[in-house]
Design a protein around this ligand. Structure first.
Ligand code: SLL
Length: 147
């Protein structure tokens, strides 16, 4: 799989969490439902680049290492507390053999200025990033070009 010199592939991504308060259905240990996700920022298929995402949750969860093998690379859970989620992205063999580790702080509770907690207003925190692959293989380049 030949490498293309002087070529860079830039993959824009968005990752973060969306959280809903359960209101009347909230219990002590399950007050919120939330989803952590990684997606293309430009609506491409991230599955052309990413083979697997591993979400490392707080040790208070059962089986805190969650592996997602196909898009969408996201995971939903319920819980009561905020913590840092480590997201490891593993790439297809012809893309990159190093993993990329991202960190995201799960936020459940809204800021004071956005008013009281409501079941209708989710709390969303997102980051934008760009993964740059230099000297991509021909196979990878062919798969993602013209998109
Ligand atoms: C805190 N440092 O004390 C944080 C830890 C952990 C949240 C928050 C587990 C839910 C479950 C859960 O929500 N843990 O047991 O399924 O605020």
């Amino acid at each position: 799989n030949k490498k293309l010199k002087d070529v860079e592939i830039c993959v824009p991504i968005v990752y973060g969490t969306i959280s809903f308060w359960l209101g009347k259905k909230a219990s002590e240990y399950h007050s919120h439902k939330w989803t952590v996700y990684v997606r293309s920022a430009t609506n491409e298929d991230l599955g052309a680049v990413v083979k697997r995402a591993v979400f490392q949750l707080h040790p208070s969860f059962n089986n805190p290492t969650r592996v997602v093998e196909t898009p969408p690379f996201e995971l939903s859970e319920s819980g009561w507390g905020e913590f840092e989620i480590a997201i490891s992205l593993f790439f297809h063999a012809d893309v990159c053999d190093k993993q990329l580790d991202l960190y995201h702080h799960l936020k459940l509770y809204p800021e004071e200025e956005s008013g009281p907690q409501s079941t209708k207003k989710p709390v969303v925190v997102e980051s934008y990033d760009e993964i740059v692959f230099s000297e991509p293989s021909e196979g990878f380049f062919a798969r993602v070009q013209n998109h």
